[in-house]
Design a protein around this ligand. Structure first.
Ligand code: GLA
Length: 385
């Protein structure tokens, strides 16, 4: 058991004087397929070994008492009064609310949670809280809810409480992730494949720009709206197209003059990224890592120039990474507007490359970027207490 898990269990015992059940809920990375989960595309996420631990036990009352070990704050509320609040409490309240809407028989409980997932770094700490608690409640109260339904409830919680109209990628990866595998998820049908990730000479490295990424700011929902508007306009020209998947970048190009430029850019990116991710999946299956990496660079270009969700700091980190031929792919990861870049780097030059990038970043922006070496983990699961 990790140090973090031990601390969460110890904090629980000290606060509530009973023995809890304990769960690990992972963050996620995404190799490719960004901002297309809500555009009926394909994505390639994986659950990681950084995450959140929940220690939890029923308390035989109708009250919920949750302590956030990271924020050092309490939430104490009756199950009859679950409604929107703010900050981290919204993720807890949101998932309880969504499970209640599904008539789940939840009773009062005590919980302590916290972990080692950097907040606002684009690693989906929000899905980890929503789905982690959903899974824990499912186990503690024997609710019999399927993993996929916990993921969908988590997504609904995110829509209705913090108000981010996210796709399904983060919650899906949190629930369905598998150690040493990435998921290839069809976001239209929710069918998926588990692809083994066999990197022998390379590592997946995240570089945290430390520019705070907050999707509650409005830019994320605006992108989603622009895509909806764009699809609607495109369907006038291409009536048989049901989703972006049925439209090619060339077809978007053909109607450039009839669509507002921002909307056009978003649609062009969405259709390109859907094609890119399908190609990337084939390349990964053939272990053609170099070609896969080229697609990651192309995704970054699209996210920066067409989708407009990058920032100066993320562009700088990717440009720096590009200087080394041993970095076979790099791009901003997740929602954007800050957070991390994901990089695939040759092992023998890992130290040298990451030091050079972080030093130059510090000189340019005065910020100490953080480096995380990624290991792929199982989705949310119970651990022995
Ligand atoms: C956030 C959302 C996801 C997805 C990514 C961008 O992480 O929660 O649903 O849209 O941004 O790919």
């Amino acid at each position: 058991m990790t140090g973090s898990a031990r601390q969460i269990i110890a904090a629980f015992k000290e606060m509530f004087h009973t023995k809890p059940a304990t769960f690990f809920s992972p963050g996620r990375i995404n190799l490719i397929g960004e901002h297309i989960d809500y555009n009926d595309g394909f994505v390639m996420p994986a659950a990681i070994d950084k995450g959140i631990w929940f220690a939890i036990a029923a308390n035989n009352t109708d009250r919920v008492h949750v302590y956030s070990a990271d924020e050092k704050e309490h939430l104490d509320i009756s199950l009859q009064e679950i409604k929107k609040a703010d900050g981290w409490k919204n993720y807890i309240l949101g998932i309880i609310y969504e499970l209640q809407q599904r008539n789940a028989d939840i009773h009062g409980f005590d919980a302590v949670f916290g972990g080692n997932l950097p907040i606002g770094a684009g690693l989906s700490s929000s899905a980890a809280v929503e789905c982690g608690l959903g899974f824990a409640l499912n186990a503690v109260f024997g609710l019999d809810i399927l993993r996929i339904d916990i993921a969908l409830a988590g997504q609904k919680a995110e829509h209705n409480f913090p108000g981010v109209k996210c796709g399904i990628m983060d919650q899906f990866a949190n629930m369905m992730g598998k150690k040493d595998h990435v998921l290839l998820l069809d976001c239209d049908s929710l069918e998926y494949e588990l692809l083994p990730l066999k990197l022998t000479d390379h590592s997946i490295i995240l570089i945290n720009s430390k520019v705070h990424h907050a999707l509650t700011g409005g830019g994320y929902n605006e992108r989603r709206q622009q895509c909806e508007e764009g699809l609607h306009l495109l369907q006038k020209k291409y009536p048989s197209a049901k989703t972006f998947r049925d439209i090619t970048p060339e077809q978007v190009l053909a109607v450039k003059e009839n669509i507002p430029i921002d909307v056009y850019n978003r649609c062009l990116y969405a259709t390109q990224e859907i094609q890119r991710t399908q190609l990337a999946a084939q390349l990964l299956k053939q272990n053609k890592l170099k070609e896969f990496g080229d697609l990651m660079f192309a995704t970054h270009e699209g996210l920066s120039k067409l989708y407009d969700v990058s920032c100066e700091e993320l562009d700088f980190l990717v440009d720096e990474a590009k200087r080394f031929k041993e970095v076979i792919g790099a791009r901003l990861m997740g929602g954007g507007f800050g957070g991390c870049t994901i990089n695939i780097i040759e092992n023998n030059l890992l130290e040298k490359i990451t030091s050079s990038i972080t030093e130059n970043y510090k000189t340019k922006f005065g910020i100490d970027a953080e480096i995380y070496l990624m290991h792929l983990e199982d989705g949310t699961h119970e651990i022995c207490g």
